[in-house]
Design a binder for this molecule. Structure first.
Ligand code: SF4
Length: 209
């Protein structure tokens, strides 16, 4: 059963898995410096998930949002990427409003499996078959990033291409563990369907978080 995103946050704290200043490795903003905030909790259950350690929110400390903001400011960044886990399990209104007050740009990576909260400069939607997007996030997503694990994922990608706006940037991203098997298919698919771009997890090649 889905948890109401507006009930899960208490006392402006969030279960913090990790936070770090790095480069965005994937998608439209690849190569851009940003401070990453990984929030715990996810029940989507992707078989290939590379951040399983984030799934159980109870394994991670509840940290005051203001402490997280202080750490963001100390880094000197102008951009924050909120990721997970599935960050929209939590109400992110307070986090975003505090970041925006300080002129920090806000980016989110989400499956859309929970209702949207927070104010975002960039929404990267990565819909998952196990738990599809629940609301009208498709129409306001800035970027659609579909993970390709097998051939059925192309159909899934095209379904969501039809649901996002015409301005939305479209990316296919090889699932990391099957990269060698799938990458040539993805290249051929994009040659035939050039509205897509490929997204590579460049941070993994650079061995950075
Ligand atoms: Fe992992 Fe993201 Fe899927 Fe959750 S939605 S299981 S964090 S890949």
């Amino acid at each position: 059963m889905k948890i109401d995103s507006n009930t899960i946050q208490t006392d402006n704290k969030l279960p913090l898995v990790e936070e770090f200043f790095s480069l965005q490795g994937e998608g439209y903003h690849t190569g851009k410096a940003a401070y990453f905030i990984r929030i715990g909790g996810c029940d989507v259950g992707c078989s290939w998930c590379d951040s399983r350690y984030s799934w159980n929110q109870n394994l991670h400390p509840m940290v005051e949002t203001k402490t997280i903001i202080e750490n963001v400011l100390k880094s000197g960044t102008d951009s924050v990427v909120v990721t997970g886990g599935e960050p929209l399990m939590w109400n992110l209104d307070f986090l975003c409003s505090e970041l925006k007050k300080r002129n920090i740009s806000t980016f989110i990576e989400t499956s859309g499996a929970y209702p949207l909260s927070g104010e975002w400069d960039w929404i990267c939607l990565s819909p998952k078959k196990n738990s599809p997007p629940v609301n009208d996030i498709c129409g306001i997503a800035d970027e659609l990033k579909v993970i390709i694990q097998d051939k059925s994922d192309y159909e899934w990608a095209e379904k969501y291409r039809d649901l996002v706006s015409t301005e939305c940037r479209l990316f296919l991203q090889p699932e990391w563990s099957r990269f060698a098997i799938n990458v040539s298919d993805i290249v051929e698919y994009i040659k035939k369907n050039p509205y897509w771009r490929i997204s590579l997890q460049s941070h993994k090649y650079m061995h950075i978080p």
